[in-house]
Structures are given as C-alpha cells and as structure tokens.
Unconditional design. Structure first.
Length: 908
RNA sequence: GGGCGUUUAGCUCAGUUGGUUAGAGCGCUUCGUUUACAUCGAAGAUGUCGGGGGUUCGAAUCCCUCAACGCCCACCA
C-alpha cells in the first residue's frame, strides 16, 4: 500500500495556521468541553502598546507548555487570554504619535473625548495584532473567555472593588505629597519609579545671618518652602532650640521655622540639622504628619507647582521660574550674602518616571489613596497583613491558601517589600483608563493640584459608585485609576466577578467559573513585575474573595541579546518573533526560548539557537517520515502488552521510553521545562534516531519485521505525545498522518509503568553500544573507508547474540567471538567487558597502537588507585551509604579486569 | 549603605536533596553522497567547576572569605 507522500523537510508555514484553526474548531481550548480536575491559568495580559516581542514569546511558550501538559494529563484546563490597556504607556504612546503628526498639545487640542477615541482606535488595532500573534505562537487559550482590562466586565469589577474599598474606609481622598511627573502631568505610584544615579551639588548654608543652624540641600530652591528644622532629640547642640519658632528671611522670602525633634535625623550626618520641606519631600511630609498628629502643625508651603515652576508662595523673586533657574538664583543670593558655607559634588539617586522619563517632583496634591495598613472592617487585618499571610502561613493560616514562588528566593523580596509598603496612590491624571467611580455635586470644580486648591475640597457633596445618583448636577471625577488597579483583579475579574453589580460584601457572589477555577492553579510572570503585579493580585484577590489568586508562581527572567544586552528600541537590537516563526517555525522558537533556561534567571536569545532547534524539529519530522512511509500500516494506539519485543534493542528502546515518560512528566509538572526538553531531545536524537532506527533497519529485513514496525510506531506516537506541550505544531502535523482524526492536543498523555523498565536490557545495550563505538573508533582512527568491510574479533563481552547488529552498525564483514586475543595485525580496544580486535592489514601502526594502549592503561591504573584509596579508607566504608560503596567496589572490580586486559594486550 | 543573583569546555548554558573518571547545544578537527534526514551520519579534541580557606570518608554542590560582573532595594538631608 503506497503511503502518503511526506516532504523531505518540515515546512512549518504550510501547517501552522491550519493546525491552529483545527485546534480552535475542536472546542478543546474551552474547558467546558473537557472533564477532570480543573487547572486554570491566566495569561499575563500583554500591553496594547504595540506588538508581540520576544518576552511574550517566552511567556506564551511557558504557559502554553504547561496548559497543554495539564490538558493532556486529563485536567479541565483553562488558559484565559487577554490584553491590558496599560493606561499611561498607551496614552503616552498615542500622544507622542499625535505630536509627531503635528498636534502639538493633544490633550488641549483634541479634548478628552476625541483623544480617548484616538487612543481607543490605536489600542484596538494593537490588540487585534497581539491576539493574532498569540495564535501564531500556538498558545492554546480559550478565546470564548477573552478578556481585556478595559472592557465592560473589567470595568464593573473595578468599580465594585473601588466602591467596596471606599465603603470599608480603605480608599480615601487625601492631600499628600505625590510623585509627580511634570512631563506627563500625572502622578506615579512608588512602584512606577526608576532610580537613576547622577551627580548633584550639595549646598551647605544658613537660612539667614542670625539663624543658629546650618543645613544642607541639593535642592536649595525647595527651601523656600521650609516650615521646620529637624534635629535629633538627643543632640545636645540643638536641644535647647526644640519647640522654638524662628522668623527668618530666606532670599527675600519670609519663613517661619519651627525646630522639631525627630528620631530619624542622624546627628552625625552633615550638620545634624535638617531643613524640613513638607511640601516637596515624602520624608519631610511624613515628619510633618507625625508632628501634626501630636498637635504641632507647622504648615505646608508648596513652592513648586504642577507645571514644574515656582509658585507665588516661593516669593515674588522666584515665581514663574523653573526649579533650575530658581536654584541658581537662590545659590547666587546665598553667596552674595555670605550664607553659603560650602558646596560639594555628590552622587545622588533620583527618582524618575519609568514611563515619562523625567525626574519626579514631590508635590502635595489631593489624590485617591488605598490604605494598606488599616484593618479591614470585620476582618481585623489590613491589606498588608493579608499580603504577608498569603506567602507565609497562607491566608488565615490555611495552607491551601498559600502561594509558593519558584524560585523561592523571590518570596523574600516580596515579603521585604510588603513590610515597606506605603499607601498606594490610585488616581492618575490621564484619560485612558477606568475613570474613578466618584461623583461630585459642586459649585465649582474640585481643585486637583495643591497650588490653587491647597487641598481644600470645593465639592459640597460626593458619591461613590459606578453610576451617579439620579438627580441632576453630578459630575464624575476627572481622574482615572492606576492601571494596576484593574490588572490586580485579573485572576477573578476574568472569571465573572462580581456575579452581579448588586452583590454586596459578605454575600458569596461566586459565579460558576469562579467556583471552578479560582484560585487559579498557576501563574508565570517576569521578575520585573513582581511588585507591580504579583503584589496587587494578591491584594485584590485576598480582599475581594478572601482567596489567593493562584497557588504557584513561576518567575522567569528576561531575554537578552547575544551580548547580554536588553532588547530595546533605542539599541535597535530588537528581534521580531513573527519573523523568526516565518523563517523557522513556531516550534523552533518555542524550543529555543525554553531550553537552557532556569527560573528567575535571564537568558540570551540569538538566531543560532533557533537554527539548532529547527534542526531538531526537522529531525523529528524525518524520523516520523521514515516510519510512517515505510511501515505497512502505521497502527497506533496499541497497548504496551501487545508489543512483542524480540531483540535487545526492542526491549531497550521500550525501557528508555518508560524512563522518558516518567522524566518528562515529572519535569513538566515541576515546571522544569528546560530539563523536559533536554530529555526529549536526547531520546529523540540519540536513543531513537541514532540507535534504534539504525538497528531497526536490519531487524526489518527478517522475521522480526512486524514486531519491529509495531514498536517503531508505538515509540513514535508516544514520543510525539510527550513532545507536544513544547512543540505542538510539528507533532500535530505528524500525528495527522496516523489514520484516525483525533487531535494530538486532545490526546491523553500515556502514562507508562515503571515496572516495565528493563534494566537488564539497558545494561546490555550499553555494552553493545560500547563495542560498536569501539570498532567505529578504530575504523576512524585508521581511516578505514566506510565502505570497506572489516574483520573484527571480540573477546569476552558476551555479545554473541548481537553479531548481526554489530556487523551492520559497525560495518563489519565478518565478526567472530573468541576466548583469547588473536595474533596478527590487529588494532585493538578495551571495553568494559572484553576486548575488540580489528584486522587491518598494513594499516596498523604498531608503535602508535602501543602508545595509545599504554596511555589508556595508565588512566585505568590511576582510576584503580583512586578507587583503592577510597575503599581502603575505613571511614568511607563505614559512613558512606551501602549503594555508593557497592557501586565503587563493582567499579574497582571492572577496572581491574580491564587493566588485566591491557597488561595482556601489551604482552601480545 | 544593605540585599540578591551570576562566575562550569572557545561561545551559550544545564547540573534535582553532597556520592563513580563533571554534561548538552553551538563551534572546532578528521572521515563520509548506506534509499528518514547533508536541517545528516561516524569518530575526536577541549574543563585546577572565579581565587583562597573550612566542614566531610567524600564538595561544582554546604559554610566562611575575597574578586569580577549584573540586578534590586534604601529617607544620608
């Protein structure tokens, strides 16, 4: 029966799209069509700022390998796809585009509605691109549950969370110092800052002639807003001043400076006195709040406005100047007045906005905040407590509600961060995002900046909820929510939470999906979003559901280029995963990003890796091609018991397969993708292709044909199955050549039984391989032409039954087994259990031969000596475990036997 | 100033609780058109496992220390 034609090379592009379509059409991406124990996984939603990059390729490979494995293992597997509206970066990106198109001030020129519309157009296009690229990667997600952080369902979840948190008193509107990006005209959370080292001038000076303290600052212009001077309570130099207020004129601006005591001041540092600028330093603001709580309100003077320029409160001489201009002016004045004591250059760590890139100004403003330390009503624990518990004892001490992080070291980083967590600034002054579900009825709009409003609320009435009260006159808060507020609910907002908009706290409102799939089973993310995302998901999930978001987190590193540099637009070293897929295959890309990679560590990516992976893909293809086109009827689905292993090789390859299944399953279950893929590669290329297939060619000549064919097919179908989670396309493509139409993706992972391991066969096969390699080695070293048949003799080794195999694989014309070494012109080699002699008339260089053997003999002697030393050590034999000692004894015995043969040999 | 990571073959990296003479891919050398595959096959070379010290019968693996590189965090004004 003629077999289907199978092309010589695997052309991925002829298969991938149609295979993906078939998978999708099968319905098995949707767990509703699967049974078994649920296994759920949420795709970390890619930002809609652009297109898929290599980092996404890595993530897709990791999560898809996991979900496919679980699905094949019979789990009700759910992978929810989605995208993130990524508020700030997306708006920033579109604004930049618009500016390049000539719209200089997009916000002012277009207005809110039009600008949002433009961003939406961009985001929609980008989202469509990204989702199609996810398919290109082969990611097996349930498209019927597709989510977007900025769609209606997620908006409902966001509003619900905000409202509940507000009603619980956790969310509050407060006038506090925020991280302000002048360039972006927007606040940033602490986690969105990037610290940059730079040089700065540190000025040491007095506020005025008669002021008793000398202070230091790198930002002397902010000192126009000083309202206090802090010293350590035990600092004898200043003790007597504590509590007093000084009236000074600083560069023409009058200041009232209260001297306060604060433990945080280091008396050893600088002058031991610290100018306190509550308006423009988070630390100073904290100091101010502490004092204020003790009834010591010394006031806040904002001297820098949201436009980055000096305010009227800075004094007439400075109003309207940029900070830099004001600084120069202040320093000049101080110098003139002889108040500048010293000036030095120091290294400074400044906060910059990770999105806008400019240096962050600390400015007081009225914003929305989430209190992470306040006890949640009815629970007696704060959000911080819950975030801590989730990683230590499990929520409420429940081990089942505990998250484990792989690798474990990130747990410590997480916990450290939790302890240092401050209130989270939720409101953003951009338009692309979930609008804050708060409504005001007021006479005049609420002032946002601290400059004009000074924190005083103009609103007369406020209402929190997704819809305004029915009456007239309510307007919604202008600000939007930090994008991570919505991302934080990703594990459950994607599963239908809240069940209804009317759901209230305390009442269980779990939808079917939530009951089935939450907490999710597994999560993977890059370490760079550990704080930004992981912590928020824990927070939101613990708050909303009193559940952890997932049981296990796998942290991966980032992909770097060949030189170890980050991929970035500015470096121009970007690699488009789609081009790689186009040029090689999705499978090769998947294999190459997952292999040689350990959790939490960065890895390098370059095309040579993909080339190597593609060779492997092709190898698998050709192995299959050979089997499928040469076997009479590739009947698959046979049971192990139905096979008839007739030869050593048969028994051996089946035993190896059993071992492979065990190893791969264990590795994938433990998310050790690299180890799994390496085991598979080794089996595929070495065991199966190089050895078994070659041996099978001879076996298929005689009466072992049928049994060999059956084994070939059996091993192939299993191998494809085990490869499938990592290389889904090529395996599915090959699978389709079997005569039924079941999809491999929906095929059950065949679990093999360890009792079917055949250790005897494995040992014997190793010897056989050794003998064959030894003969090949001799041929190679004496440059015997491959076609030239040779005559070989084997002494010892007990390989008589494998005569044919040795002859065919080593190219031996006549092989004989004797009990004593032959004489004559032979090249020889010693193997574990015997000796190999190859007759090479006229080709043997006796001296070289002797030298080689002498060298090997010496090595063996050295080995024996080391073993003898170890075994001679009583402590070793007494303390080392039995099996170690036994192995070593056996090795010694073998080595001694081997040595004898060398001795014998050199005599002959 | 703290903390973490990395350092293994020419290159990129594995190495699971300490246990034979440390591995893979790529590259390199030699040979090869055997009808699955030249995207291939056979054979081969290459390592004081960053340095030093310690624990142990035994260390790439555990401890200490130093060094280089990288990352994260931090309120030294």
């Amino acid at each position: 029966m003629p077999k289907t034609e199978i092309p010589k090379a695997y052309e991925a592009k002829n298969h991938e799209d149609s295979i993906y379509a078939a998978w999708e059409a099968s319905g098995f991406f949707n767990p509703d069509n699967l049974s078994g124990e649920p296994f759920s996984l949420m795709m970390p939603p890619p930002n809609v700022t652009g297109v898929l990059h290599l980092g996404h390729a890595l993530e897709n490979t990791i999560m898809d390998s996991m979900i496919r494995f679980q699905r094949m293992r019979g789990r009700k597997a759910l992978l929810v796809p989605g995208t993130d509206h990524a508020a700030v970066p997306t708006q920033a990106r579109v604004e930049k585009m618009l500016m390049e198109q000539g719209i200089k001030h997009p916000r002012q020129e277009l207005g809110r509605e039009k600008l949002v519309e433009r961003i939406r157009e961009f985001a929609d296009a980008s989202r469509a691109t990204i989702l199609s690229q996810v398919k290109k990667m082969g990611t097996s997600c349930d498209w019927s549950r597709l989510a977007y952080t900025f769609d209606e369902d997620r908006n409902r979840a966001v509003n619900e969370l905000f409202t509940r948190m507000y009603n619980d008193g956790l969310i509050y509107r407060g006038y506090r110092v925020v991280n302000w990006s002048v360039k972006g005209q927007c606040t940033c959370s602490d986690d969105e800052l990037e610290y940059v080292d730079r040089k700065a001038q540190l000025y040491t000076f007095k506020y005025s002639e008669d002021f008793p303290f000398t202070i230091a600052s790198t930002r002397p212009e902010t000192k126009l807003g000083d309202t206090a001077v802090a010293v350590h309570p035990n600092d004898e130099r200043y003790m007597s001043y504590i509590g007093k207020t000084f009236e000074v004129e600083f560069c023409g601006t009058p200041l009232h400076l209260r001297v306060i005591a604060d433990e945080g001041v280091d008396p050893q540092f600088g002058t031991g006195a610290l100018g306190v600028t509550p308006a423009h330093s988070g630390i100073d603001f904290a100091m101010y709040e502490k004092q204020k709580a003790d009834g010591n309100d010394f006031g806040i003077i904002p001297v820098i406005g949201s436009d980055g320029k000096m305010t009227a409160q800075a004094g007439k001489a400075f109003e309207g100047l940029t900070c830099e201009e004001a600084r120069e002016k202040v320093v000049a004045r101080l110098r003139e007045q002889g108040l500048l004591v010293s000036e030095e250059e120091i290294e400074q760590n400044v906060a910059t906005s990770d999105r806008f890139g400019d240096v962050i100004e600390s400015i007081p403003m009225t914003q929305w905040w989430l209190d992470v330390q306040k006890p949640i009503p009815g629970r007696g624990k704060s959000l911080r407590d819950l975030m801590r518990e989730a990683l230590t004892t499990g929520l409420h001490g429940d081990e089942k509600q505990k998250i484990t992080i792989n690798p474990e070291r990130f747990t410590k980083l997480y916990l450290d961060r939790v302890e240092h967590l401050r209130d989270w600034c939720l409101s953003r002054q951009i338009w692309w995002g979930h609008r804050i579900p708060v409504w005001y009825r007021l006479d005049s709009p609420p002032a946002r900046g601290g400059v004009r409003g000074g924190g005083r609320e103009a609103a007369t009435e406020m209402f929190v909820g997704s819809e305004p009260p029915p009456e007239e006159g309510w307007t919604q808060d202008e600000d939007t929510l930090d994008t991570w507020f919505s991302s934080g609910s990703w594990t459950f907002s994607t599963l239908g939470w809240p069940a209804s908009a009317k759901a209230t706290a305390g009442k269980p409102d779990k939808t079917e999906d939530l009951k089935t799939f939450h907490p999710t089973s597994w999560m993977q993310m890059g370490y760079e979003i550990l704080y930004l995302w992981l912590m928020r998901m824990v927070l939101m999930s613990a708050y909303a559901l009193d559940e952890i978001p997932f049981h296990e987190v796998y942290i991966h590193g980032i992909l770097r280029d060949k030189n170890g540099q980050k991929f970035s637009k500015s470096l121009g070293n970007g690699i488009d995963p789609l081009e790689i897929i186009e040029k090689y295959s999705a499978d090769a890309l998947r294999f190459s990003v997952i292999t040689g990679v350990t959790p939490g560590n960065d890895s390098r990516f370059y095309e040579e890796k993909v080339e190597a992976a593609q060779r492997l893909v092709n190898k698998l293809w050709n192995i299959s091609r050979y089997i499928l086109t040469s076997v009479e009827e590739p009947v698959h689905g046979r049971a192990f018991k139905e096979l008839e292993p007739k030869t050593l090789a048969d028994r051996w390859i089946l035993s190896r397969l059993v071992r492979l299944e065990e190893d791969v399953a264990a590795h994938l279950q433990a998310a050790e993708f690299s180890q799994a893929s390496e085991k598979l590669r080794e089996f595929t290329w070495s065991d199966f292709a190089d050895w078994y297939l070659e041996i099978s060619k001879a076996q298929r000549q005689g009466d072992t044909k049928a049994s060999t064919d059956a084994i070939l097919v059996y091993v192939l179908e299993h191998l494809l199955t085990y490869w499938h989670p990592i290389m889904p396309f090529v395996t599915e493509a090959i699978w389709s050549h079997f005569d039924d139409h079941e999809l491999l993706m929906a095929h059950n992972w065949p679990v093999l039984r360890m009792v079917d391991l055949d250790l005897e066969a494995e040992t014997e096969m190793t010897r056989l391989q050794e003998a064959i390699s030894a003969i090949r080695n001799i041929r190679s070293e004496h440059t015997v032409a491959p076609k030239q048949k040779i005559i070989a003799v084997i002494v010892g080794a007990h390989l008589e039954t494998h005569k044919g195999t040795i002859e065919s694989l080593a190219g031996v014309e006549s092989l004989s087994f004797v009990s004593a070494p032959p004489t004559g012109e032979y090249a020889s080699a010693v193997i574990s259990d015997g000796q190999v002699f190859v007759s090479l008339e006229g080709l043997v260089d006796k001296d070289a031969e002797r030298a080689k053997l002498a060298k090997e003999q010496k090595e063996t002697e050295g080995y024996i000596a080391s073993l003898e030393a170890k075994l001679g050590n009583k402590e070793f034999t007494a303390k080392a475990p039995e099996h170690v000692v036994a192995t070593m004894r056996q090795n010694l015995e073998d080595a001694r036997k081997k040595l004898e043969r060398y001795v014998h040999d050199s005599k002959s």
